[in-house]
Design a protein around this ligand. Structure first.
Ligand SMILES: *Cc1c(COP(=O)(O)O)cnc(C)c1O
Length: 348
């Protein structure tokens, strides 16, 4: 049965007459442009950017194997998360369901939009609690946020379990795939054609090495992309960013991704031998979640050595854990050396 996502859209958005830019009203490329109050003096940036990002979307569509009309480009995935909340959730009335521990932005973006978030704790070994998620849903639930591979736990959830939620819930299921390029599993983007309520988020910030440029993607049904495009700022991606991203997308990342995956195994193996380390969680991402004997002490010791990791000790479900991003081989070596120095310092 086809799902009607329109039933889940906020009333004010369903009624919205979106802003029409000068570039929406006249779309030719040649001519004398006296329609947008721009400066006529060329410096490379005097014209407004394409609000529909046609050229960049074409390039990304080819890369990801989805149609242009199924792509939303945001100022980071963080913009996509915020825009989704604004499209679907009535503040103080609707709610969203997410997993925990997971990426912190779902909670912050929900709070900023004054939308209740119901966090469902992951199960044993950070497994996806499908039954509990379904039990948390009520008539005001508009979205479910999943993250796979999950941050900070590093694991991917079984495709069949995520698709079970997409099928059993009529509202929007968002699957954040920020780390998919480091995983062995396939993206859910191939399912968007069949599932109008599925939104897959990806980003240029991790494997694509463009965190500083702020570009994130939402891949979804044409209707969801339309709604998101009406709600975003018209010129959310600037001319300079589009040019640089377009250039960098032409440079393959396969070798670097392969090296990071290989280094992830090197670091994991070395840590297994350390008396400081209690547990290393399996990772499909470019980081390792590692439970250590005294997380705060290890964290401080590393800081003193000039090595900064993410202390997750105070995150529910991650007690005693540090999240270690995989760096270049020499950086990882420095990390391992410092951890073995710490080990010696506590034995003595
Ligand atoms: C890093 C990360 C992102 C990326 O966000 P951007 O705004 O695109 O930089 C998104 N989701 C998760 C889970 C992340 O860890």
């Amino acid at each position: 049965m086809a799902k009607d996502i329109n039933k889940y859209v906020r009333e004010c958005i369903a009624r919205l007459t979106p802003y029409s830019t000068a570039r929406d009203e006249y779309q030719g490329e040649l001519g004398i442009f006296l329609d947008a109050n721009e400066s006529p003096y060329e410096n490379g940036y005097n014209r407004y950017p394409d609000p529909h990002q046609k050229a960049l979307k074409g390039q990304i569509a080819a890369l990801k194997g989805v149609d242009v009309e199924n792509i939303f480009i945001g100022n980071g995935s963080d913009e996509a998360i915020d825009v989704l909340l604004r499209v679907f959730c009535e503040p103080r009335e609707d709610n969203v369901v997410s997993i925990a521990p997971s990426y912190g932005m779902y909670k912050v973006a929900a709070a900023i939009n004054d939308v209740e978030i119901r966090e469902v704790q992951l199960g044993e070994e950070f497994s996806l609690p499908v039954r509990e998620i379904l039990a948390a849903i009520d008539e005001h639930t508009k979205m479910i946020f999943l993250c796979s591979p999950n941050n900070p736990t590093g694991n991917s959830f079984p495709r069949a379990q995520m698709m079970q939620l997409v099928e059993q819930f009529d509202g929007v299921v968002v699957v954040d795939e920020a780390y998919i390029d480091f995983a062995e599993v396939q993206s859910l983007s191939s399912e968007i054609a069949m599932h109008p309520n599925l939104v897959v988020l990806q980003t240029m910030s991790k494997a694509w090495a463009m965190a500083g440029l702020r570009v994130g993607l939402a891949m979804a049904s044409k209707r969801v992309v339309e709604l998101m495009s009406e709600v975003k700022y018209p010129y959310n991606i600037n001319v300079a960013t589009m040019q640089i991203v377009s250039e960098l997308l032409r440079q393959p990342i396969d070798d670097k991704v392969a090296e990071i995956k290989q280094q992830r195994e090197v670091v994991s193996k070395a840590l297994q031998a350390s008396a400081v380390v209690k547990k290393i969680y399996p990772s499909d991402a470019n980081f390792l979640l590692v439970e250590v004997v005294d997380a705060d002490a290890v964290y401080d010791f590393l800081i003193n050595k000039g090595i900064i990791v993410r202390n997750r000790n105070r995150v529910k479900g991650c007690k005693g854990c540090l999240r270690l991003t995989i760096g270049k081989p020499e950086e990882n070596e420095a990390l391992l050396k410092s951890i073995s120095e710490y080990e010696k310092s506590i034995i003595r």
